[in-house]
Ligand binder design. Sequence first.
Ligand code: NAD
Ligand code: UD1
Length: 341
Amino acid sequence: MNILLAGGAGYIGSHTAVELLKAGHGVVIVDNYGNSSPEVIHRLEKLTGKNIPAYCADVRDEKAVSEILATHPIDCVIHFAGLKAVGESVRKPLEYYDNNINTTLTLLKCMKKAGVRNIVFSSSATVYGEENPIPYVETMKKGSCSNPYGWTKSMMEQILEDAAVADPELSVVLLRYFNPIGAHESGLIGEDPLGGPNNLMPYVAQVAVGRRDHLTIFGNDYPTPDGTCRRDYIHVVDLAVGHVKAVEFAASRKGTEVFNLGTGNPYSVLDIVAAFERNSGVSIRYEFGPRRAGDLPEFWANADKARRVLGWEASRDLDAMCRDTWNWQRNNPEGYRAPRG
Ligand code: NAD
Ligand code: UD1
């Protein structure tokens, strides 16, 4: 199949491009490089030995997206193109609603015009909200979100679901990611947060490489085994393989289906620090700070449905997640801004 990756130059999209090509699919990328770099495309071509058609465009631009769909025979779209910084979404809600909702609407309109029937969407475990018991199961009702970013995910799920009800030809797969970390084992691609990391693993990696002085752990008084929050961290390459399965599944049926992509195993912030130290040989300076607004004490996935229906499960352990993150970070201390020779 030929897959259009909207936001495909980003962290998860770039790793998915590699796994799709490896599985024999073709990929086309559209990205405005708002949170990524054209250097990603060069790295992908080097890594896969394939020529990757890539367009610099805003996915809200109907004309640009229609032209891409008219140029390439696309079987499925994967929609990664979103703004994702939770704190920023609280400060700039309109920007988040505009970008995230309108990219979705534009993609759906252009797909309909071009006769593209399948879409896979990057959703988040955040849609379960704080009301649901853990582990989260796909059959649970969605909860209330603590920030505009989360609400955009919840709304986009609803928009896609409604579109599939109205159009019996449409196939929608909603993927609820847990906490993706790690990098491709080549060290050529990885997570490169522009303007400072908000998430735990890139922060730890930047402390290790000397770009940050120390990590602040947000709270050590949670009702968890060591007092720090627990999350379901998943290797980004496992997540990428999950997308290959999701695309193939999307093409085999109609309607909407939701899948958790997680491992089902929670780790605490202190577990992550210890695992990173063990796998990098670098010690991570940290101090405890106050809780971060909106953080839940712990959550993880029930990963049974993806195993049962997609035949997918995560296979890379926490050591691999830390080893690959460190391999990427130490080879690219400034991310994509300082290309390797
Ligand atoms: P990312 O920022 O690295 O990738 C998103 C890409 O989309 C970037 O390259 C960005 O430039 C592009 N983009 C954004 N808006 C665009 C627009 N209007 N037009 C064209 N390109 C646009 O983020 P990621 O970590 O790869 O996440 C991918 C998707 O998965 C996002 O939708 C994110 O919300 C979702 N998600 C991520 C996580 C995570 O922890 N990384 C967790 C849950 C869900
Ligand atoms: C966050 C978002 C979530 C989003 C996901 C991916 C919040 C409340 N949730 O998830 O909606 O889908 O990112 O973008 O922001 N931590 C520290 N110090 C740090 C950074 C993080 O102690 O400098 C802790 C956090 O308190 C948390 C854990 O590490 O307990 C993981 O944090 P993070 O990587 O930001 O992911 P989530 O908060 O789970």
